[in-house]
Design a protein around this ligand. Structure first.
Ligand SMILES: [Zn+2]
Length: 274
């Protein structure tokens, strides 16, 4: 839901391509950024006004992307405001925004291009970026950066609840943690579904075991859903990576554990904050 990092059509092509061995490395080498010296730059000398117009067009396009972000976010807030009241509605929308910004910032800090998040009221949000040629492990880390930011947002809300005692903060902290945990179910376009692609079969089995252990220890049935997804990916999921990724396995399990502990520390029925 909230927030799958949705890729462009080009990256979807690379996803299907990843099934072929050595395909990723081939993509990486062929997709190296073009050299900075553009032969067209020299030819554009006499047609400066056109170049200026193109630059202006780019500016307008950038403004349009920001407008898309602002308008969709306003519609998103409006829907949840109407559904849950002003305070919870705005808080919920901000939680989703922070999750998406986790993806956005992680993509940007790696020097990769990304657009500001776009919100789909009632469905979630996504950050569009170019995943073509990006190693599976990096893609997985970018996918997990959303739930990581969501976890910190939840911690901030929980801290405000412990300090003020206001049930609104407890409700936001819990809802945020639950949404981010559900988003880690390793299926489909969910963040977990993208991150699991970097895990080997053995690592997927480790993930499955961890989920079952968390289910038993914390008594939260959401972990059974995550375990189902992990089991499916371990036994029936294709797209196995060429190399295992211990770092992503630890990152994934650490996120699940911290979100689970967070949920267990928060009251289950803190709503009624209209
Ligand atoms: Zn996400």
């Amino acid at each position: 839901m909230c927030g799958s990092t949705r890729r462009s059509a080009i990256s979807a092509a690379s996803g299907s391509c990843a099934r072929a061995p050595a395909c990723n490395s081939a993509i990486s080498s062929t997709q190296a950024p073009p050299p900075s010296e553009n032969p067209w730059a020299k030819k554009l000398g006499p047609v400066g006004p056109i170049a200026l117009l193109l630059a202006k067009g780019k500016f307008l396009l950038t403004a349009l992307f920001k407008l898309k972000f602002l308008l969709s976010f306003a519609a998103f807030i409006g829907l949840y405001w109407a559904a849950f009241g002003m305070k919870f509605g705005i808080g919920f929308a901000v939680l989703i925004l922070l999750h998406e910004m986790g993806h956005f910032i992680d993509i940007k800090r790696r020097g990769l291009p990304a657009e500001m998040p776009v919100f789909l009221p009632g469905l979630g949000a996504y950050v569009r970026w170019q995943a073509l040629g990006v190693p599976l492990e990096t893609r997985a880390a970018i996918s997990l950066a959303g739930p990581l930011a969501g976890f910190f947002a939840s911690v901030a809300c929980a801290t405000l609840w412990w300090q003020t005692g206001h049930p609104l903060w407890a409700a936001l902290a819990r809802v945020g943690a639950v949404l981010n945990l559900l988003n880690l179910i390793p299926v489909w376009v969910l963040d977990g579904g993208q991150a699991v692609l970097a895990l080997s079969k053995v690592e997927r089995l480790v993930l499955l075991t961890a989920c079952l252990a968390l289910w038993l220890l914390l008594g939260q049935n959401m972990f059974f859903l995550v375990a189902l997804g992990a089991g499916y990916q371990a036994f029936f999921g294709g797209n196995l990576p060429e190399r295992p990724s211990v770092a992503i396995t630890i990152y994934f399990i650490a996120l699940l554990t911290t979100l689970g502990v967070m949920i267990s520390l928060l009251p289950a029925h803190a709503l009624g904050t209209r």
